[in-house]
Design a protein around this ligand. Structure first.
Ligand SMILES: *Cc1c(COP(=O)(O)O)cnc(C)c1O
Length: 412
């Protein structure tokens, strides 16, 4: 084994890692190599206490008074102000509410309404399923039309009938990353709006919606932002569109004066009009506490570490897993990759189950991908090394072929 692929070298890389200390900001089970932060980020220290306090002292003692006394009403704004700098937005362009799917619906409909006379939504046929379903539904409901084109083929799909180009920056299967600035500029050349799904981007590397001059964006808070299962999602509307922004899920919390209980809807100021109903306070409390981990963190360093972890994993795979038929199904050029690497093999599902059984947590994506994400805030190079070492053991022994690893759980 070349010296650079030894455990000792992995330990050296950890010793030289400027972000190494951040791992102590997370609660991680001992002896688990957690390589699934792209699906559910790890639990930051302080979140459990913040949620417990919100339940016991705030809800338990202050009851309805918590909306004012404990700042529940303002929580979406406070959390949005923390997320905005992570995505290159100003605070008035971001709100936190609902799920990514629901927010996509709002932005797609609002985007069509901002583009009278245009009806085509261009998207990637390999986009995340929720994006594809919602794009089809919005087109069917609001007189739109869907055109499929991969980002590399976008130019041929663009004309003056295109209202919106809707892409996900990092592909959930391959991890391939689309050039956000260049693609946004192409969409703008024909007068289309650019909508980005940044679910696998935010918190993993610097995102700059302002520099890209994007129009609309959404993203998850439970992946690299570590907000916890089902954390409220965020959405972005470029401030140049806010005055004319008209989303379909109008609700009382998005009204200009919610407590006037006006029978007629009047949209709230700025980004507030993107809200619908009562915020999920306990989840917002968790997310707000989780985001403290990012205070003072250089996202360029986060990106650099994510790339180095992925490169190390690929190098180890090529040497140690390839002999067993595993193929890297992600870009080898780290600048064209998000923060996960997928390996293709027909036995990917049982292999992942056998790994989980041995404390190496990745996930499976149909039809044949074993997917490994590298949360740069808490993943160590020795975790990557140990994960591959365990993988070799599972392959060499044939342990993955045990029938108990074939059963599909509802979540893969
Ligand atoms: C994870 C993910 C989602 C999830 O949407 P939810 O509404 O939170 O379930 C949406 N889009 C992409 C690209 C994702 O990776």
């Amino acid at each position: 084994v070349p010296a650079r692929l030894t455990r000792a070298h992995a330990a050296e890389l950890d010793a030289a890692d400027p972000l190494a200390a951040l791992r102590d900001r997370f609660v991680l089970p001992k002896e688990v190599r957690y390589l699934d932060g792209n699906s559910l980020g790890a639990l930051p220290v302080g979140v459990a206490e913040a949620v417990a306090a919100a339940v016991s002292s705030q809800w338990g003692q202050h009851l309805i008074g918590g909306w004012n006394a404990d700042g529940w009403w303002e929580a979406p704004r406070r959390v949005a102000a923390r997320i905005a700098p992570l995505v290159g937005a100003v605070p008035g362009e971001v709100t936190v509410a609902d799920s990514t799917s629901v927010n996509l619906y709002k932005l797609l409909v609002a985007g069509l309404r901002l583009q009278p006379g245009r009806k085509v939504i261009v998207t990637d046929p390999d986009n995340f399923p929720t994006d594809l379903y919602l794009i089809n539904e919005v087109a069917a409901t609001f007189g739109g039309a869907v055109r499929h084109a991969r980002p590399a083929d976008l130019v041929g799909a663009l004309d003056a009938s295109v209202a919106i180009v809707a892409y996900t920056e990092v592909d959930y299967r391959s991890g391939e990353r689309t050039a956000m600035d260049a693609v946004t500029a192409l969409a703008h050349q024909v007068g289309a709006l650019m909508l980005w799904d940044l679910s696998h981007s935010v918190g993993a590397f610097p995102v700059d919606l302002g520099r890209a001059d994007a129009d609309l964006a959404v993203g998850c808070s439970y992946k690299y932002l570590n907000g916890g299962p089902g954390a409220p999602a965020w959405l972005f509307v470029n401030r140049r569109h806010l005055d004319r922004f008209h989303q379909p899920l109008v609700g009382w919390t998005g009204h200009a004066d919610p407590f006037a209980f006006d029978p007629t809807y009047h949209p709230g100021q700025g980004i507030d009009r993107a809200r619908t109903g009562t915020p999920a306070v306990l989840s917002l409390v968790a997310l707000e506490a989780a985001l403290e981990v990012f205070d003072g963190v250089d996202l360029a360093a986060v990106e650099a570490k994510g790339r180095a972890l992925g490169d190390f994993f690929i190098e180890l795979t090529d040497t140690r897993l390839k002999p067993y038929g595993l193929e890297v199904a992600s870009p080898r050029d780290a600048t064209r990759r998000g923060n996960h690497v997928s390996l293709a093999h027909p036995g990917a599902y049982p292999m992942v189950q056998a790994l989980i059984d041995r404390g190496v947590v990745g996930d499976f994506r149909a039809p044949n991908l074993a997917r490994f994400g590298f949360g740069p805030l808490y993943t160590r190079f020795v975790d990557v090394w140990a994960a591959v070492d365990t993988f070799v053991e599972v392959l060499a022994s044939g342990a993955w072929q045990d029938t108990r690893y074939q059963d599909r759980a509802p979540v893969t």
